[in-house]
Write a protein that binds this ligand. Structure first.
Ligand SMILES: CC(C)(COP(=O)(O)OP(=O)(O)OC[C@H]1O[C@@H](n2cnc3c(N)ncnc32)[C@H](O)[C@@H]1OP(=O)(O)O)[C@@H](O)C(=O)NCCC(=O)NCCS
Length: 92
């Protein structure tokens, strides 16, 4: 029988979250299930849409209440990039 896999393309799969959120993070636990493919594409727009509900990237306007929010601000203010990555996971 052919293996069944699922794919995901998301800002949630940027391995950098592992560095800033660490053990205990649901995002990190989720992303570790996936094998990444490709190099990804810049993901600032997706992070602002999904995390902050903002249609445009506007670092000065975002809340800094959670570790993730603060990490986004620090990353972008230091000239870093957020990535959207694609990965796959075998189901069953
Ligand atoms: C996916 C999701 C449920 C994960 O949230 P979670 O279970 O809290 O994730 P973690 O356990 O990894 O959270 C680690 C830290 O990041 C923060 N965080 C996670 N997602 C956040 C979000 N969307 N906005 C603000 N902060 C967030 C948490 O509050 C926590 O910080 P804290 O310890 O200072 O409170 C959440 O990010 C979410 O609802 N996202 C919107 C939907 C989305 O992006 N879907 C994918 C589209 S491609």
């Amino acid at each position: 029988m052919d293996p069944v896999v699922a794919t995901c393309t998301s800002w949630l799969l940027d391995p950098w979250w592992g560095e800033v959120l660490g053990e205990g993070s649901n995002i990190v636990r989720f992303q570790r299930r996936f094998s990444l493919v490709g190099r990804g594409v810049p993901g600032e727009g997706d992070v602002f849409r999904f995390v902050f509900g903002m249609p445009e990237v506007d670092v000065a306007a975002v809340p800094r209440g959670t570790r993730l929010e603060r990490a986004v601000v620090e990353r972008l203010e230091s000239g870093g990039v957020l990535w959207v990555r694609t990965g796959w996971v075998r189901l069953g």
